[in-house]
Design a protein around this ligand. Structure first.
Ligand SMILES: *Cc1c(COP(=O)(O)O)cnc(C)c1O
Length: 369
């Protein structure tokens, strides 16, 4: 699905140098590389504060912890997402409330959000799934009317732009109260291990998040609240700082792959190509088709031709055993149900060659002949 080795080889001297510099400094934890990367990412995103942490799941947890929510407060989440988004809500004793998604963009449906807002609702976590934005204009207005926080899960869409109103374009993750991302190796900006970050323009919130990620302290050994230990290490920060310079290039390479696939599959009656929304650029963390016939057999066929493909996601949040006791059983999710049966993600990364793409496309189309 990805080719991280080839991507590394292209920038090997720079990366190796960055790693060696950290080793020579022995500033492995909270070193200057971390500060430099946070500053450069803040500049890239045009946001006031970037706070790095251990991984994307921690980033989401820290965001929720920083908002001072009470037990059983309700947090609205798309039903079609990766478990991390929902898990942290449950873990903190908050109540995850699942909402169905838009059949075209696979992101949380604002109309359905309206239906589940109660006096206990305190936050919404829109997920910018597969690389494009949730409908932030509508979500912002709902949040404003109902006094809700917005935590943007930007783990799959770092670098994507959002058309906010008529004249403003903003990077995803910098629109809500706080944005979260992951630097898991296969993400659009991937480390050589785990990493994550939070973004906010709110000074006070940034301060709280920093303290929460560092055992609730500002002054060493004086703990103002119960926090966690979550940090990006200096070697990862140094690697990410090099790769940040290539992020736009990487995202463009992904868009080029998507364009190739779109052209190849758009007239196949059994496939629906990804729909790009008007208001967001698409960074194609995943290229996800809807397969209207024999999805699982197609997957098997591709595997036999040595082509990997993945089902993101086979089981929706409302059907996860982990949440069996937390959900409202009368709620239905027709779109996410359909998606879990039809989605198929094809190889998508920065190093795909035309020859590989042609081979993949040919074998997908041959299956339906
Ligand atoms: C990857 C991912 C996360 C979690 O990131 P980790 O760094 O693996 O903890 C959260 N949400 C979404 C949508 C993701 O894709």
């Amino acid at each position: 699905m990805v080719d991280l080795h080839k991507q590394y080889l292209k920038i090997k001297p720079e990366i190796d140098q960055a790693i060696q510099t950290v080793i020579d400094s022995t500033e492995f934890i909270k070193g200057s590389a971390v500060k430099t990367f946070e500053e450069n990412l803040a500049q890239y995103l045009n946001v006031k504060h970037v706070i790095s942490c251990g991984n994307g799941t921690d980033a989401l947890q820290l965001a929720l912890m920083a908002l001072n929510l009470k037990a059983q407060d309700e947090v609205i989440i798309p039903n079609f997402t990766f478990i991390a988004t929902a898990e942290v809500v449950a873990l903190l004793g908050l109540k995850p409330v699942f909402v169905d998604v838009n059949p075209k963009t696979f992101t949380i449906c604002p109309e359905d959000i309206k239906k589940v807002i109660t006096p206990k609702t305190k936050a919404i976590i829109p997920v910018h799934l597969f690389g494009q934005a949730a409908e932030m204009n509508e979500i912002l207005s709902l949040a404003l009317t109902n006094n809700l926080h917005i935590i943007e899960d930007t783990a799959q869409a770092l670098g994507a732009d959002y058309q906010l109103g008529e004249h403003i374009v903003q990077k995803l993750g910098t629109i809500g109260t706080v944005g979260c991302t992951s630097f898991f190796p296969s993400k659009n900006l991937g480390a050589f291990g785990d990493g994550g970050a939070l973004f906010t323009n709110n000074d006070e919130l940034a301060e709280r998040i920093k303290m929460l990620a560092n055992h609730g302290m500002k002054v060493k050994y004086y703990h103002e609240f119960v926090g966690i230990n979550s940090r990006l290490d200096s070697i990862q920060a140094a690697i990410l700082d090099v790769k940040l310079n290539y992020l736009d290039q990487y995202n463009k390479a992904r868009q080029k792959v998507a364009k190739f696939y779109n052209k190849a599959f758009k007239s196949c009656e059994f496939l629906q190509i990804p729909q790009t929304s008007k208001y967001s650029s698409h960074t194609f963390h995943q290229y996800t088709l809807l397969v209207k016939k024999d999805r699982d057999k197609l997957k098997e066929h591709l595997l036999q031709k040595n082509i990997p493909s993945m089902i993101y996601f086979p089981v929706n949040m409302n059907n996860q055993k982990a949440f069996a006791r937390k959900i409202n059983k009368s709620q239905t999710f027709p779109v996410s149900d359909m998606l879990s049966k039809e989605v198929l993600s094809l190889p998508m990364h920065t190093e795909l060659t035309n020859k590989q793409l042609e081979y993949i496309a040919e074998n997908v189309l041959n299956f339906f002949k």
